[in-house]
Design a protein around this ligand. Structure first.
Ligand code: PGA
Length: 253
């Protein structure tokens, strides 16, 4: 069992109206306080409209609240965008960076992700940097190379920043499809990720970084995934919309 922080992170994507979000967050808080005894850290990533109220609602709990995206610029004429300083000003502590849906539908690249990572740390927001290959990349046996290229974006970080950065490996073919990478398949990639971080930084930083697996994590497969040597938790989409499932996943450590 690793000594790294074990994390269950819920990515709500574009789900939940204001009241629905408050309800879900309250259920997660209540259940985690009464049932979760394994020390796992919970993070929730709701849509932007929820952030200010959920930061307040989670005050005094161990649950961290994060954004699903962050803009790389400090401020300016970027209609529709939200800056790191704005997120920080309402107490947001975390942000996803480079989720595959943002790479796929909003043209985010490794370069724009690198700028977002920098912007987040500039305002003391901890990024969860999301990486992962598509099905065709895996079938072409390019998955290790693709992930290495994505990881190269981390080079913009200082060693100290990298020590608190979180990485999430999410094979695109496993997201929302019901197909999970096998625990062995996922762990093989997590080991590759840790080795790459050791090359980019050093071994002790690599050993300390939490690497989450994402892609159809459910209560019935979480335990097998979380028991692997290099899997430190999960980034959970669909199942994080149910407080019961999310808490049961977090009990899988
Ligand atoms: P999923 O999504 O759990 O619904 O597969 C994971 C994610 O995209 O973060």
């Amino acid at each position: 069992m690793s000594k790294r922080q074990q994390i269950a992170a819920g990515n709500w994507k574009m789900h939940k109206t204001f009241l629905e979000g408050q309800g879900l967050a309250q259920e997660i808080r209540t259940m985690s306080e009464s049932e979760l005894t394994n020390g796992a850290k919970l993070l929730i990533f709701p849509p932007f409209i929820h952030l200010q109220s959920l930061v307040k609602q989670m005050e005094g709990s161990a649950i961290g609240v994060g954004a699903q995206n962050i803009n790389e610029h400090e401020q300016g004429a970027y209609t529709g965008e939200i800056s790191a300083a704005m997120l920080k000003s309402i107490g947001v502590q975390y942000t996803l960076v480079g989720h595959s849906e943002r790479r796929q539908y909003y043209n985010e690249t490794n370069a724009s992700c690198a700028a977002k990572l920098t912007a987040a740390f500039k305002h003391q927001i901890i990024p969860v940097y999301c990486i992962g290959e598509t099905l065709s990349e895996r079938e072409a046996n390019k998955h290790f190379d693709v992930v290495s290229e994505q990881l190269a974006a981390l080079k913009v970080l200082s060693a100290e920043e990298m020590s608190s950065c979180i990485v999430a490996y999410e094979p695109v073919w496993a997201i929302g499809t019901g197909v999970t990478a096998s625990a062995e398949q996922a762990n093989e990639m997590h080991i590759h990720i840790r080795k790459t971080i050791a090359t980019l930084f050093n071994q002790s930083i690599a050993d300390a970084v939490a690497i989450l697996y994402g892609g159809s994590v459910k209560p019935d497969n979480a335990q097998a995934l979380f028991s692997m040597s290099d899997i430190d938790g999960g980034l959970i989409g669909g199942a994080a919309l149910s407080s019961r499932d999310f808490i049961n996943i977090a009990k899988g450590f």
